[in-house]
Design a protein around this ligand. Sequence first.
Ligand SMILES: NC(=O)c1ccc[n+]([C@@H]2O[C@H](COP(=O)([O-])OP(=O)(O)OC[C@H]3O[C@@H](n4cnc5c(N)ncnc54)[C@H](OP(=O)(O)O)[C@@H]3O)[C@@H](O)[C@H]2O)c1
Length: 239
Amino acid sequence: MCIKNITSVFRSSNLPMIITMKIGLLGATGPAGKALAARLASVGYEVIVGSRSKYRAMEIRDEIISDWPEKELQITAAENLDAAKADLIVIATPWDAAATTARSVADQLHGKVVVCMSNAIARVAGEFQPLVPPRGSVAATVQSVIQDSYVAAAMHHVPANELGDLKEEVESDVLVCSDHVKATQETSELLSKIPGIRPLDAGGLSNATAIEAFSAVILQLNSRYKTRAALRFIGIDEN
Ligand SMILES: NC(=O)c1ccc[n+]([C@@H]2O[C@H](COP(=O)([O-])OP(=O)(O)OC[C@H]3O[C@@H](n4cnc5c(N)ncnc54)[C@H](OP(=O)(O)O)[C@@H]3O)[C@@H](O)[C@H]2O)c1
């Protein structure tokens, strides 16, 4: 490899190594997608912020870049359809838009890992309560409309504020579930690049029902104790 190529792959010591995998986030103009876009770019991924409107995506891309000028983040903006051309896709829309969004870009998703982070939650009389979507979870509903993609459910419990604050590490276990080993592995590998996050294999996609629903409990704890609760499991030996 010539010197020019080496410098294009490795950046100076205070900047992350560029990772060649491109991550496309659909609905990344909301707090969750924006925060994940910033965090993944900060660890070296090339990230595409996706939206139904390219202009909203550009606005959010510009906000992230101006929030963290010293990070030299590799972020571009696109409509969801173009963001879905990336190597791995994350759906960060509200729960009732996740399957429709996946279906609208299905032609781009064949054979790819698609991570769904949407939670179906309602706030009723001040309390957070889980809703049970068709097929038991948002992720299972998404998988049903893109059957030749590999859907994983993950990132439901990490609050956008912490995820998007690149000054601090994110301290959290992240439960990953899927019916496809490939999806669990690629999602876990992606998340393990984020310092402080420990991805855990939580089994098949049927467990997305419990994982998504548990978000209501965490939001309730946050509200009750005026905090940002995070998950840490004890007793798990990763080796
Ligand atoms: N916020 C958190 O801390 C957090 C943490 C973990 C997981 N989550 C989950 O992540 C998901 C996104 O959360 P959020 O707070 O970022 O949500 P949000 O702001 O309500 O929505 C995110 C984006 O989804 C797109 N969208 C909205 N309605 C849509 C529709 N009908 N069809 C297609 N796209 C639509 C919009 O983007 P465009 O208009 O630009 O297309 C919007 O900016 C939720 O399901 C949430 O449960 C959130």
